[in-house]
Ligand binder design. Structure first.
Ligand code: RB5
Length: 174
């Protein structure tokens, strides 16, 4: 199994703790940034990790921001990504068993390294149970398809103009 891992600036230290755990388990991973504590935009990192999964370079992803929420909202915009923001082991385990979550999102300002590692361990060790849960995951996939063909007039769905911040180069590994 290969993991794509990423964080914004708030999650750099926790990401290092998770990487230490992955190293101890001999689980392969690729760190897709960010690599410094300079402020950065979490959607960029979510995009890199999700594209690694959807492109086949990784099997699962771990995304860390301050709360785990921005990362999960961003990641769940990608068709085929099921991202779960978790802060307790039960949720992390069942995110895999019942929801087949392929991305685990953690909040570096919410949980410390020891607990975060337990969540990662539980999620990695859990297996999707299929059967009725497969039916429900399939329903989620169909929701993705429907949402892209039904235009909405809700203001939250209107794209804002592309800005300089959207287009400046993504930080690369030093
Ligand atoms: C950064 O301040 C913070 O907003 C970000 O890490 C994350 O928590 C957003 O959801």
């Amino acid at each position: 199994m290969k993991i794509a891992i990423g964080s914004d600036h708030t999650g750099v230290a926790l990401k290092e703790e998770i990487k230490t755990y992955l190293n101890s388990r001999k689980i392969a991973y690729e760190d897709l940034g960010t690599y410094t504590t300079d402020s950065c935009d979490y959607p960029r990192i979510a995009e890199k990790v999700c594209k690694a999964i959807l492109g086949g370079a990784a099997d699962r992803g771990i995304l860390i921001c301050g709360t785990g929420i921005g990362m999960s909202i961003s990641a769940n915009k990608f068709k085929g990504i099921r991202a779960a923001a978790c802060s307790d082991p039960y949720s992390a385990i069942f995110a895999k068993r019942h929801n087949n979550a392929n991305v685990l999102c953690l909040g570096a300002r919410v949980i410390a390294g020891g607990l975060a590692t337990l969540l990662v361990e539980g999620w990695l060790n859990a297996n999707f149970e299929g059967e009725r849960h497969q039916r429900r995951v399939d329903m989620i996939t169909r929701l993705e398809q429907r949402s892209s063909v039904e235009p909405t007039t809700h203001p939250d769905a209107a794209p804002a103009p592309i800005t300089e911040e959207d287009t400046h180069p993504v930080q690369t590994h030093p």
